[in-house]
Design a protein around this ligand. Structure first.
Ligand code: TEU
Length: 571
């Protein structure tokens, strides 16, 4: 084992993301809650993760499921009480794990007391948000929201426009105002003093807005959102935040930084952020039109396509693009560090997106696990991906995601497309797919709740559930558990440098990379397809297999089976 590495606990750690609303309901109201998470605290330990990141549990009217905060210092009623939260923190710490909290400070809810006062012309907080005067028919600039539709809403009470980069119920805070910054830093210190182990900083690259809020460039079918990200004062704010809040605490800082490239990321690292969350590897499955564009495949093609064709259209991926995304960040940040996720509460299910959620469900989910856990990056697991939860179909009325709802409205109302045509988009794009209740067992509602779940349960829960996964030593769950365990013992898997070996034309749909640290070296080969592939020509495939997702593999057998993943020990 080499010790010549720049060690940090948050590099060696694995992070497990909990979406509390959908994790476990203890009181039968159909919504997950803190006590529900506490009841399952041993589960984290059994899986072998080190950090639990909790999506927002603060008081909120839930227009964007907790990302619209009404009160930063209290817990949402449906989730429980501050005492429950403190109990959870203890439960996590008692198991030698750490707790990271979401920090949503680009915006608040429009029901936050600050905004209520800000709307009031005599409220005394008139410049706590981003307001512009003007008639009700003419928004101050051409910006559109990241969720679709205009980024400005006219407020009758104040007779002015306010900016919201996200939903209209999420007004953007005015970070130019030192009072707001101080109020946020106080709030952050409040949580740090409670003993949390880090923040996941939501949309943090959006907090500094360009001077004068100029119009964005547009074309016929595109809109340049670059103006929204990494504004002129971003690093000044980030440095001030570090100095005023977390600098003297041993915490993990995760910056969610849409619109950021590795060069920019390095500046965040200098500011004090430990890892930034990037999206490039998620975009590789979208195709040229992006996530929701109606021009993506053409609605007519979509309407007439069969299931298989649809799946191709909506979930295509070229391994070369995936490699470019990963490599861009790995090489781009140099000696700094990355994190990596294959799913989150904002994404669709990893196995449905990157694998085959039918025939090769287990094989492809474990291949994705192998990919995730063998990169030079802190791995983030999203709840349910460790048992291979899948995307599902959505009736229009069942959609809960504010983004998906907005985009569906735009497509049906402005582009006149029937919902049936868009439904495959919803199955393959909507964030609701990640938010269906955690599938604990095969009892009613997958063991998530005794009441009416707030969002539909995926009906594959009789097959895909925790109880079943834990009872089967070959399950996806146990594969994750073993590989996590392996990674935590392996300096080369955590700190080793990466050499990108494949894909290339000779081995279509095969991924390979090597990790090397001093004398230690491993080779990861992933047969990312339903066909078998002989990989005899790849240097190192005659070495002993350290790890793999098929039973009975032999090292002299160089043909990889469907979605087979192998990690070879090169010595
Ligand atoms: O997401 C920020 C962000 O960049 C989103 O545009 C993200 O790309 C989108 O949700 C993908 O569809 C964060 C949170 O993770 C998300 O859940 C919130 O809705 C959003 O901020 C607003 O707080």
């Amino acid at each position: 084992m080499s010790t010549d590495v720049d060690r940090a606990w948050w590099k060696e750690a694995s992070v497990y993301q909990v979406y509390p609303r959908s994790f476990n309901d203890s009181d039968g109201d159909g919504l997950g809650d803190l006590q529900g998470i506490r009841n399952r605290a041993d589960y984290f330990d059994e899986l072998g993760v080190d950090v639990v990141w909790l999506c927002p549990v603060y008081d909120s009217p839930n227009a964007d499921m907790g990302y619209d905060i009404r009160d930063y210092r209290s817990i949402m009623d449906e989730m429980g009480t501050m005492a429950d939260w403190e109990g959870l923190l203890d439960d996590v710490h008692d198991r030698d794990m750490k707790l990271v909290m979401d920090l949503v400070v680009n915006h608040t809810s429009d029901e936050h007391a600050w905004f209520v006062e800000s709307r009031d012309p005599d409220g005394g907080k008139d410049d706590w948000y981003i307001w512009r005067d003007g008639g009700p028919d003419e928004p101050p600039n051409n910006w559109i929201s990241l969720f679709g539709g205009p980024a400005w809403t006219y407020d009758e009470r104040r007779e002015a426009w306010y900016l919201h980069l996200f939903d209209e119920k999420q007004p953007d805070l005015n970070w130019e105002n030192p009072d707001i910054r101080e109020a946020i830093y106080d709030m952050m210190t409040f949580w740090l003093e409670k003993g949390i182990d880090g923040f996941r900083m939501d949309a943090i690259s959006c907090i500094s807005k360009p001077h004068g809020l100029p119009d964005a460039d547009t074309g016929e079918d595109w809109f340049d959102m670059d103006l929204y990200f990494n504004g002129p004062r971003i690093h000044e704010f980030m440095q001030e935040m570090a100095a005023e809040t977390y600098e003297n605490y041993d915490v993990m800082l995760i910056g969610e930084t849409p619109g950021t490239d590795p060069e920019e990321a390095k500046q965040y690292y200098e500011d004090g952020v430990d890892v930034v969350v990037y999206f490039d590897h998620m975009d590789v499955t979208y195709g040229p039109g992006g996530k929701w564009s109606p021009d993506y495949v053409g609605m007519e093609t979509l309407a007439s396509a069969g299931d298989e064709e649809l799946d191709e259209m909506l979930n295509t991926m070229d391994l070369a693009d995936l490699q470019e995304a990963i490599r861009h960040w790995d090489e781009g940040v140099g000696d700094e560090w990355n994190c990596l996720y294959m799913g989150s509460h904002d994404q669709t299910r990893a196995v449905s997106r990157f694998g085959d959620d039918h025939e090769y469900h287990r094989e492809s989910a474990t291949l994705v696990a192998t990919f995730l856990l063998t990169q030079r990056a802190t791995p983030f697991l999203y709840q349910g991906d460790e048992i291979g939860m899948t995307n599902t179909d959505w009736d229009r009325d069942d959609i809960r995601d504010v983004e998906a709802r907005g985009q569906v409205d735009i497509l049906t109302d402005e582009h006149d497309v029937p919902y049936e045509t868009i439904a495959p988009f919803v199955r393959n794009r909507s964030r609701d797919n990640a938010r269906t209740p955690m599938q604990w067992d095969d009892s009613e509602n997958a063991g998530f709740t005794d009441g009416d779940p707030w969002i539909q349960v995926n009906d594959d829960y009789d097959r895909i559930n925790v109880e079943r996964a834990m009872a089967d030593p070959d399950s996806i769950f146990h594969y994750y558990r073993r590989l996590l365990d392996h990674r935590s013992e392996s300096d080369v898997l955590v700190y080793g440098d990466t050499a990108y070996v494949l894909p290339d034309d000779e081995y279509p749909n095969v991924w390979a990379h090597r990790r090397t640290l001093g004398e230690d070296s491993v080779l990861v080969v992933l047969n990312w397809q339903a066909e078998k592939r002989d990989v005899a020509g790849i240097d190192g495939v005659d070495s002993p297999v350290l790890f793999g997702n098929y039973d009975g593999q032999t090292t002299d057998e160089t043909t990889l089976r469907p979605y087979e993943a192998r990690v070879y020990d090169l010595g």
